[in-house]
Design a binder for this molecule. Sequence first.
Ligand code: NAD
Length: 434
Amino acid sequence: MKHSEHMDSKQIDQPVEVHLQHPLFQNALASIDEGARIINCDPNVITRLKRPKRCIAVSVPVRMDDYTVKVFTGYRVQYNSTLGPYKGGIRYHQNVDMGEVVGLACLMTIKNSVMGLPYGGGKGGITVDPTKLSRTEKQNLTRRFTSEIGPFIGPNKDIPAPDVGTDSQTMAWMMDTYSQETGYSQPGVVTGKPIEIGGSLGRTGATGLGAVYVAEKAFEKIGKTLKGATIAIQGFGNVGSHAALYAFERGAKVIAVSDVSGGIFNGDGLNIPQLMEYIKTNKIVKGFPQSQEISNEDLLLLACDALFPCALEGVIDNHNAEKIKAKMIIEGANGPVTNDATKTLHKKGVFIIPDVIANGGGVVVSYFEWVQDIMSFFWDEDEINKRLQSIIVKAFETGYKMSQEKNIDMRAAAMAVAVQRLEKAMLLRGLYPR
Ligand code: NAD
């Protein structure tokens, strides 16, 4: 089935098989197959791993500001809970449908496994353009959605977090609604909350910092250091700007960055703290003093030691893979390098650190937030960053070892590691009832 055919069939009354044709999910399944082949995975385990455990669709009626009532559709997919409670974000976007949420929940299962976290994988979302909602409408939508999925979530069952179109305020409303309905305060039901109600220090910069910890290790493997290395970063949002700042602080030369408006370049290195101040007032990187303009496409093709794509998926595919001159690619965004381009670049000798490892810092610090909420005991930021480094470097080293032993690229290696951990746990737990 073609994607366009799938997109026409968003209704929740379609048979589940229709949703499972979504290209994002099909790509994830192809990666699972590759990982499974590498470790010679038990076929019964693969069969189970290729289906979501539970797909929930709910109607979410909301009173709008003009007093009319609109009914939105919300989803929560609980893909696999072998390793622990389901964990994954909630997305508010007009293109959200069941198939996309299944695909994202599958990828969370893989990411949580490769990061070594005690979590299964889940994801949720509502088909809505959040930019068209007032604050009151967004709050009403969030509270009713939380109530509808309430029986299925909880600190020991399924722990949502922010994703595209949702933020710490959305999580505060979710936490409050769940707590009101269960009768007592339950901060551990979601992560990515504001600090004042049980959020964690270090969460905001965690993904960018994690990517930099991974880059330091990757440079070590090729006999170089991050200090003095030339770096280009596509995307200057949460992930890209923090990766730029932490790399700058460690002595890297950030020669180019970009956002949706285009990019800027300075061969001697951009002053990132000054740039962060600049965008507070100017909003976009364009026009920053002592820099030349560069297009997003040309930024990707710069000769540099490491390229961090931190904006969108699919920006490096077979149309530009041959032209990439970076020695290393650290995937800050989800899916910026396609599977085909990964193979092309690997043959060219480009060292790619895949998203499931490189941007895992966010979910790791979400895990710390959950642990701190359960203990009601909060760590300082140094403690959090030290623990983040230890977990993400371990995930990198495990993937690297697999890639060396099997002579494969790091993406295939990460999939193999993830599937292997799931296989061991699934075989130990067995199949209920038998
Ligand atoms: P963000 O919205 O804060 O930033 C996105 C950046 O990309 C912005 O600078 C935006 O201007 C830029 N951008 C948008 N369209 C672009 C285009 N066409 N060309 C170049 N730049 C463009 O988002 P974020 O939270 O930084 O997330 C970025 C990516 O990282 C996404 O793929 C996201 O799924 C992934 N990710 C984020 C986290 C996290 O903790 N924030 C964790 C894991 C993965």
